[in-house]
Design a binder for this molecule. Sequence first.
Ligand SMILES: Cc1cc2nc3c(=O)[nH]c(=O)nc-3n(C[C@H](O)[C@H](O)[C@H](O)COP(=O)(O)OP(=O)(O)OC[C@H]3O[C@@H](n4cnc5c(N)ncnc54)[C@H](O)[C@@H]3O)c2cc1C
Length: 400
Amino acid sequence: MRFGIVGGGIGGLTAALVIARRGHEVSVFERSSAFREVGAGVQISPNAGRVLHSLGLGDAFDEISVHPERMVFRRWEDDSIIRANDFDQAFADQYGMALASVARTDLIEILAQAVAAVPNINVSLASRVTHVEPGDETSTIFFADETSLPFDVVIGADGIHSVVRPSVGGVDSARFSGSVAYRALVPLDAVEDLPVDFTNRVGPDRHVVSYFIGKDRQYLNLVCISPEDTWSTESWTEPGTLDDLRERFEGWSPELLSILDRVEEPVFRWALYDREPLEQWGIGSTTLLGDACHPMLPFMAQGSCQAIEDAAILGRCLDDVDGVDGVDDVAGVVAALRRYETARQGRTAQVQTTSFMNRDLFHMPDGEMQQGRDEFLASGVAGFGPLEWVYSYDALTAAI
Ligand SMILES: Cc1cc2nc3c(=O)[nH]c(=O)nc-3n(C[C@H](O)[C@H](O)[C@H](O)COP(=O)(O)OP(=O)(O)OC[C@H]3O[C@@H](n4cnc5c(N)ncnc54)[C@H](O)[C@@H]3O)c2cc1C
């Protein structure tokens, strides 16, 4: 069968690999003229890492990964530890692998290289899709150059501002979270003294996440979340200034300010949007995947991971369609798409909602509630208990 995938991000490329392995012809349409990723780092937890391993990318993925030694919550004002958990051997044994942080460009590169090596995947760069017309037997992709192409199945993996989403009825607007992320990098030689932690410094209205990324730990990646009333510029990323970033974290711990002093410009500002969970992901032979159907705030570090899980589950749903001796099973494939959507909607909505709620959890003003939160975090559920449901999910074996 012929599959058309709109969008060559982490979700679209993983889906291409998964589907092509099942013998289908896959065409990927990416609007950029080269595969590239904006933003610096991304964490890939075991629930997604095991999918990448299953695609034969284990060695390449390990090579680009940094494995943080601890997950540490610190208090904004004095850097005191609220809670720390080791990513130790017991973690790796429990979840089958370590948690990884990677440079997004590295991850896209290994996916793009893997895609290029598969003969039944064809990639068209600089191909901007305008919309899709879903049908029961074929769905048609329309391009900005006024051409169009029919496919047996179309998958919209084109991110939060998806043009495919409205084609299946998702006409809601993305919602601005009231926060912006400043994304910045510090070269390793300026931060060699710091532990290899995943750190979340939480404070009133703000939090700062830091972790190492890149081959041989090239950079400390910083994501500094700060309030913003509105986002008025057209683009959702724009250059920021280090002075502005420092000003927003005035009064925070000397440890954090010292890290900010070591930032290497440029600094980018990133508007944080999400959407409410979407009820209908597909019509006929068109469906959605990744941020196109479940964009979320990055406060669980799960957006890419969920897109990767989507791809794995979609592939498994298509297994039932494959055994038709070369005859295109049109009804079967449409049923498989609906099964995929049903299998994914509950979990991704839960991750979206929890990510949204984490904003309030991380940003509590000092006071009774914050003290209660800190006591709970310090003494609460052992180990990675609160994240157990996220990390233990195995898209390769989960019931569909
Ligand atoms: C600050 C921040 C930190 C984050 N940290 C993490 C993290 O640690 N872990 C994690 O798992 N997730 C994280 N995320 C979320 C993650 O970035 C997204 O969830 C992920 O990139 C979604 O992948 P995707 O492939 O669905 O969409 P995208 O990455 O948005 O890819 C969509 C692709 O489609 C292309 N495209 C768009 N429109 C068209 C069109 N009309 N025609 C053709 N092509 C088109 C785009 O160019 C792009 O290549 C973070 C997000 C932010 C903002």
